[in-house]
Design a binder for this molecule. Structure first.
Ligand code: BEZ
Length: 259
């Protein structure tokens, strides 16, 4: 899910997303396993991006609807998967007439600071007992990258703050339970993630995802800053020609108790 229409400034390029960051939806296959979609279920994929996981859900026989706040991503998803339904909508305020048996989300929710609005929309979109199955970045996600960006930027007089919401299990389950969900499963785990494009992997990752993180730094200074960040992280996070990002994932399965 891009941030441009949910109060953040990241603008994503759908070709670059698919071409250089395909691990996002490849890892998402495991989350589809947790969802365990069944034939004829109606399932919403929130923050569907270019639609790969919506199509994967539909392949199980479910009726999948993908939603994303990026018009470009939705256009790409419709072209790639014309048999699936895709809707351009904001996660904080979407609504559908027909309720869903499940709401699924992979690697999207951490982009949205207004979690209460999102959880309210999800709960309202589900049938009673409908399930909410999600993976997002959890506490400590990409902290080596964020901390290094902050330090290197501070040395140059810039104050960088993380734009992302990476909750602990306690924080997130308390939050979802305040929106009429019952937590059935929660897990927070390290998932070191190999970035694509060899020695350019970290710079490409920052180019794709780091607009809002790097926003306080003038564009003209970013190449030198990124090069310094690479130098500081290389010993611990660059191995055999591959950058490895310190991802930590939070997985949740919850049931909607609203009757
Ligand atoms: C994530 O999936 O954890 C993530 C991706 C891009 C920026 C920050 C976090």
């Amino acid at each position: 899910m891009t941030g441009s229409e949910n109060g953040m400034s990241n603008q994503w390029d759908s070709d670059s997303y698919d071409g250089g960051h395909s691990f996002v939806f490849e890892y998402g296959e495991d989350v589809v396993g947790l969802l365990d979609p069944e034939a004829d279920e109606r399932i919403l994929d929130l923050g569907c991006g270019t639609g790969h996981l919506s199509a994967r859900i539909a392949a199980s026989g479910a009726d999948a609807v993908g939603v994303d706040s990026s018009a470009e991503m939705i256009t790409q998803a419709r072209e790639s998967y014309p048999d699936c339904e895709f809707v351009h909508a904001d996660a904080r305020s979407f609504s559908f007439e027909e309720p869903f048996d499940a709401v699924f989300s992979n690697a999207a929710l951490h982009w949205i600071p207004e979690q209460d609005a999102v959880l309210e929309s999800i709960s309202a979109a589900l049938v009673p007992d409908g399930r909410f199955v999600a993976e997002l970045g959890g506490a400590g996600n990409v902290s080596a990258i964020v901390d290094t960006v902050r330090e290197v930027a501070a040395d140059r007089g810039y104050d960088v703050t993380s734009p992302w919401y990476f909750p602990t299990i306690g924080e997130y389950t308390t939050r979802i339970e305040s929106h009429s969900f019952e937590t059935q499963y929660a897990s927070l785990f390290d998932r070191p993630t190999e970035l694509e494009n060899g020695s350019d992997g970290l710079a490409n990752w920052l180019d794709m995802f780091g607009d809002s993180l790097l926003a306080p730094i003038p564009e003209s200074e970013q190449p030198e800053l990124i090069s310094t960040i690479e130098d500081q992280l290389r010993d611990d996070y660059y191995q055999d020609g591959v950058w490895i990002a310190d991802y930590r994932r939070l997985r949740i399965v919850a049931a909607n108790t609203r009757g």
